[in-house]
Design a protein around this ligand. Structure first.
Ligand SMILES: C[S@@+](CC[C@H](N)C(=O)[O-])C[C@H]1O[C@@H](n2cnc3c(N)ncnc32)[C@H](O)[C@@H]1O
Length: 256
């Protein structure tokens, strides 16, 4: 709709360190254009000026373009598989089993992992790190407040970890929160954590270009121990896992 998207992408990279070239262009441009129209502006230039002068607008922009829908036990079948695969791996490991929830959004995913792990193991057997590019979702994960929609797939046995605050909002228990370490991290530019036994990265790579996605797969490979697992999202599939050193062991699970 607006002209000068190339110029805008360059400016956004300098301002936010987010490289819009790595995201599928048609979809991203459409989203940004509608955000600009909704802000009652009519060009990338005027919107960029707003981003430079108004911190709240900049925060809103980053939060909007990163798309952060999430929920507890998203795609429950896959979490059953997660348990079947991970429990024996943790039992066999002598040290701590390291799980990285990459692009964790508001914490629903790493807290899902925390609940499952706590059911089966003491904290001396595992650690969970969780990262996202967006400060706002990390703040929400820290607050730990969720609306009822986020927990529709929560199995009954884990309901004890949610305290009802009002008719729509729940507070997650500190017993689950305290075992997840959150950190800001950009999958496209930052150094990756090392020595992981499992990387959970779901529902973010669908927004990346093929080139950006392939770069991420390579870096995930380097972050994992031999035999480590990569767990990806429902609509994602690595077409040529061997090119990256992975073997597909179940739908959505790849082994180094
Ligand atoms: C749709 S959510 C997925 C949340 C969770 N993994 C799930 O499947 O429910 C996508 C997340 O990816 C994050 N994200 C987008 N680009 C990113 C990047 N370059 N590096 C790290 N996180 C990114 C967004 O901020 C957002 O929280």
């Amino acid at each position: 709709m607006f002209d000068n998207y190339e110029w805008f992408k360059m400016k956004v990279l300098t301002l936010t360190k987010i490289d819009l070239n790595a995201y599928k262009e048609r979809q991203m441009k459409r989203r940004i254009d509608s955000l600009i129209s909704n802000s009652k502006l009519d060009s990338y230039e005027s919107y960029y000026k707003l981003l430079c002068s108004d911190k709240a607008a900049l925060k809103k922009f980053i939060n909007y373009l990163t798309i952060n829908v999430s929920e507890f036990f998203r795609n429950p079948e896959q979490w059953k598989m997660f348990q079947e695969l991970v429990i024996p791996m943790v039992q066999q490991k002598s040290g701590r089993f390291k799980i990285w929830s990459a692009a964790c959004s508001t914490g629903d995913e790493p807290y899902t992992i925390s609940m499952i792990m706590q059911k089966h193991f003491p904290i001396s057997k595992y650690e969970i790190i969780a990262t996202d590019i967006d400060d706002e979702v990390l703040e929400k994960a820290d607050a730990g407040l969720y609306i009822d929609k986020s927990i529709v797939n929560l199995p009954d046995e884990y309901k004890k970890y949610f305290e009802k605050i009002n008719n729509k909002t729940y507070q997650i228990s500190n017993d689950i929160k305290k075992y997840v370490q959150f950190k800001k991290h950009n999958l496209l530019t930052d150094v990756y954590p090392s020595n992981c036994d499992m990387i959970v990265c779901r529902n973010v790579l669908i927004y990346f270009t093929e080139e950006a996605k392939n770069g991420v797969y390579k870096k995930f490979y380097d972050s994992l121990h031999d035999g480590g697992l990569l767990f990806i999202g429902n609509t994602e599939q690595i077409l040529n896992p061997k090119d990256f050193g992975f073997t597909s062991i179940k739908s959505f699970f790849y082994k180094k």
